[in-house]
Design a protein around this ligand. Structure first.
Ligand code: PXL
Length: 280
């Protein structure tokens, strides 16, 4: 039987090189049977982690025009999914996109930083206003650094699961509960030789931690891959804990594969030959 494909508005930058943001989000969603409708926030020659002198084109004006056109077409979407933004004005643009198209599911990946550092293009005002965007989401997927920023707590390099559960519950109070899902998923949590994600499902008030072997390399774009697999699986009616487990396993296996291939870490995860695993 033919199942109608789901459509997600993907609000992320295009980093032309380095396998992050839109360049990993669209293949992940496509292989999971979701149509990615792209709303690019900025065009960069590379991502900002590990390459000097990258170019940066702010696409805010174009975003407004694209959204206006989509509104005229009376389109409906199954999800609004936001990530890396170019400036604080784009918080309002995403907010409007949620008003117009976020009737089903809103996933906000509050991209701001990693490894205890805020990304170089993010201002303190953008980080502050990200809290507002979080309040419009059904699901958020901060990494540990972003979870601490959202909770107004000083960064902790070695948080334990109980502290992260406290933070997840606090962030849970910031998101909405009006749709089917309401969940906080904190990613990139180190536990002994494992790496994983903590899922706080607000609807069932349940915590779950899923983890897999950790490869001791830092690859940019893994947060984007995680959130995209999570969204793709959820849009195909998978349970959120199982969706997170699939994402964590895929990232762990692909990290070991990439390290073995000898790919420079700043080029991101070498996922192309591994995508088929998500389709099994
Ligand atoms: O993966 C997050 C991300 C997205 N977009 C840009 C980035 C990063 C992380 O470094 O630099 C441009």
């Amino acid at each position: 039987m033919y199942n109608k494909l789901k459509k997600a508005i993907c609000i992320h930058d295009i980093s032309c090189l380095g396998r992050c943001s839109m360049q990993v989000i669209t293949p992940m969603l496509s292989v999971l049977g979701v149509e990615p409708c792209v709303l690019p926030t900025a065009l960069l020659s590379t991502h900002t982690g590990g390459f000097d002198d990258f170019t940066f084109l702010d696409l805010s004006d174009e975003m407004i025009k694209i959204l206006n056109h989509w509104k005229q077409l009376n389109l409906e979407f199954d999800a609004v999914y936001s990530g890396f933004l170019a400036n604080e004005k784009q918080i309002d643009i995403v907010n409007n996109a949620i008003d117009d198209f976020g009737e089903q599911l809103v996933l906000v990946d509050p991209v701001m930083g990693d490894n205890g550092h805020v990304y170089s293009t993010y201002t303190p005002l953008m980080c502050e206003r990200m809290k507002y965007l979080v309040s419009r989401a059904d699901i958020i997927t901060p990494n540990v650094t972003e979870a601490y920023i959202l909770a107004n707590r000083p960064h902790n390099d070695k948080p334990d699961i109980d502290e992260l559960k406290d933070i997840a519950a606090e962030l849970g109070d910031m998101i909405q509960t009006k749709h089917k899902y309401s969940a906080v998923v904190i990613t990139g949590i180190h536990k002994a030789d494992q790496i994983g994600a903590l899922i706080y499902d607000r609807k069932s008030n349940n915590f779950d931690f899923v983890s897999a072997p950790r490869c001791d390399c830092f690859f940019p774009g893994t947060g984007d891959i995680f959130a995209s697999i999570l969204l793709g699986k959820i849009l195909n009616d998978e349970n959120i804990n199982i969706a997170a487990r699939i994402a964590v396993d895929f990232i762990s296996e692909t990290s070991f594969y990439t390290r073995k291939a000898g790919t420079p870490t700043r080029d991101g995860l070498e996922f192309e030959n591994q995508l088929y695993k998500l389709n099994q």
